[in-house]
Design a protein. Sequence first.
Length: 417
Amino acid sequence: MEGKALGQGSIAGKGTPRNTASLIQYAQSHFDAAHFQGLMAIYGRPLADRAVALTHDRGRRVVDFVRCSYLGLDNHPQIVAGAVEAMKEYGTLHWSCARTRLNFSILGDLEAALSELFDARVITYTTVLAANMGALPLIASGHLTGGVKPLMVFDRLAHATLAFHKGTIAAETRVETIAHNDLEALEMLCRTNGSVAFVCDGVYSMGGSADLARLRRLQERYGLFLYIDDAHGVSIFGKHGEGFARSQMSGPLGERTIVAASLGKGFGASGGLIMLGTARQEELFRRYAVAHAFSASLNVAAIGAARASQQLHLTEELTELQQRLRSRTALFDSLVPTEQQGSPLPIRTVEIGDEMTAIGAARALLDRGFYTSAIFFPTVARGRAGLRLCPTAGHSEDDIRGLGIAIQDVLKEISAR
């Protein structure tokens, strides 16, 4: 399941926005049901396009609408070949060494190429979670905001890999959580605090996006520091796949904006990255960010795959895949109404409400040959369970039509009960 924030409210150096015991108590029965129905923690082998052979079900073929490879690049021959070629050239998979000591030269080549592609100073990480883990405490320390520790403000729907760190950040500075995209509340905090950093997603994992234009205006007026996790926006927007956030920011990022992104998802490889605007920021991250200073880098196969994807991002094929994604999403919208209908973002959610009914709907779709995500608390609010769907450029029109018809049938069965 893709996750949102697990809690909300404000903390000021003590306490925590999470209540894990209560979360488990409420969600346990729903997770049990999803596992029992064969919807979670399942194993399979990739087939052509977006199909998967289910290992536990005698290799039964299903069409997958769970993976976030929005452009269908995760099995692109060029990217697979890049991983294999890198392994052959280096004769090893991994160096167990902190990055402050020793790095593969191919990693330096990758980061230089990504820096040029995204017009930023790029540092790669094994995951976007690792990138966020290193970045947020550094921002909270005040070293990126002129020596003044900022008020750290989180969007309530910021991804769980951001919200998880609130307790750690609260040991450095005050933390607040505001309603989703409530920029009036954010502006009020900017007016009443000398330094503010806002933490949000570019594209949210359950649909929707940040209002980048208004956030940039707040930045210009108040010096707002922006930390944007654009894991779901990279590759699917921008001439060279700069992402939802970076493609709306002309010129250098400057001192007050950092963008995190994924090398998986739309990019089709593996890992995460940070886009920085200054040499001083890069120095701080390479020396003091936990996941850089005290952990290892991407493995050689992941580096080779990412290098191949970076090169593909410079070709016309990227534009063709972006257009195909829009076409497939529009086709889905013509078949299944959702709150995201007409959005250029690729994520769609079908709200059902009752958790057990949503799990049953996902199972019914799996029986019809379509694997979808049943979403329920803590991924979404209580009582707003449903289905999360990722139409991609890798799906055929028949795949999309088949899913649309299957969803229509399942929803009719639910309404007839």
